[in-house]
Design a protein around this ligand. Structure first.
Ligand code: COA
Length: 260
């Protein structure tokens, strides 16, 4: 598709989805939000895909936010609709039953940080900067930023980032728990692909169980979360991969997980 705002490429079982508007620092306009939603639907349906890497094209940005030019003239109702459209897409990423890794190759601002926070793991280049600068536009985060920052990094960090609008560098983001790893920019792709390959070789249904448990647990009380974990734990005993994993351990060989 020549006009698609995304590029997709498969490396074995790893699908790399690249937001491809480098001249606009990969800002999320409505067409990009919709394309991302469709791309994650497709990655979920495709059994050959076990892990997704999400990144931005060009050397400067992961995503520099929602598209300000597109937002500038919106009415309140259109603004609410734009927020809902973004939130639906973000939720879709968060609820993906396969691991999604954000490869944060530069600015992750506003909708960019909101999108990265929906991914299950985040690896940032040491040159990356992340933040919620909406306040500088007289706006507030609208794709889940206030809620996910609060849950991921706590009240102090959420308020600092959203109230000041000042971005933080990758190391501070690591200290705040906003990113899992920081690596030299030149090693970002290799490190991310290594992590993705590790996950692609793991048992897909067990990965899914973990994602489900953490998603559910993040939104309910401990008793309900533990009950959910117990049920998922039991379910995993129905998989061929669980038999393979335990048998391989006992036979002192490497397991081969098929997703059965
Ligand atoms: N929406 C729309 N366009 C954006 C954008 C956004 N969120 N962020 C950057 N762009 C565009 C710029 O308008 C510019 O387009 P142009 O060349 O047609 O004028 C292009 O991307 C390059 O950006 P520029 O500002 O020239 O790059 P820079 O290196 O000087 O600054 C940033 C980089 C990230 C600091 C700066 O672009 C910025 O502050 N962006 C907005 C961040 C933001 O507020 N995000 C939250 C939005 S709710």
């Amino acid at each position: 598709m020549p006009d698609s705002p995304l590029l997709t490429a498969d490396h074995g079982a790893v699908r790399v989805i690249t937001i491809n508007r480098p001249d606009k620092l990969n800002a999320l306009n409505a067409a990009t939000l919709d394309a991302l939603h469709a791309a994650f639907d497709a990655a979920e349906r495709d059994d050959a895909v076990r892990v997704v890497i999400l990144t931005g094209a060009g050397p400067k940005a992961f995503v520099a936010g929602a598209d300000i030019a597109e937002m500038a003239g919106l009415t309140p109702v259109q603004g609410r609709d734009f927020s809902q459209r973004g939130q639906r897409m973000m939720r879709r990423v968060e609820r993906m039953p396969k691991p999604v890794i954000a490869m944060v190759n530069g600015f992750a601002l506003g909708g960019g940080l909101e999108l990265a926070m929906c991914c299950h793991l985040r690896i940032a280049a040491d040159t990356a900067k992340v933040g919620q600068p909406e306040i500088n536009l007289g706006l507030i985060p609208g794709f889940g930023g206030t809620q996910r920052l609060l849950r991921l990094a706590g009240r102090a960090a959420a308020l600092e980032l959203c109230l000041t609008g000042t971005p933080v560098d990758a190391l501070r983001a690591r200290q705040l728990g906003l990113v899992n790893r920081v690596v030299p920019a030149a090693e970002l792709e290799t490190e991310t692909m290594q992590l993705a390959t590790q996950l692609a070789n793991a048992a897909p249904l067990a990965l899914r169980g973990i994602l489900d448990c953490v998603n559910v647990g993040g939104e309910c009380g401990i008793e309900q979360g533990l009950e959910y974990e117990t049920t998922q734990f039991g379910l995993v005993f129905s998989t061929g991969d669980m038999r393979e994993g335990t048998q391989a351990f006992l036979e002192r060989r490497k397991p081969e997980f098929s997703g059965s």
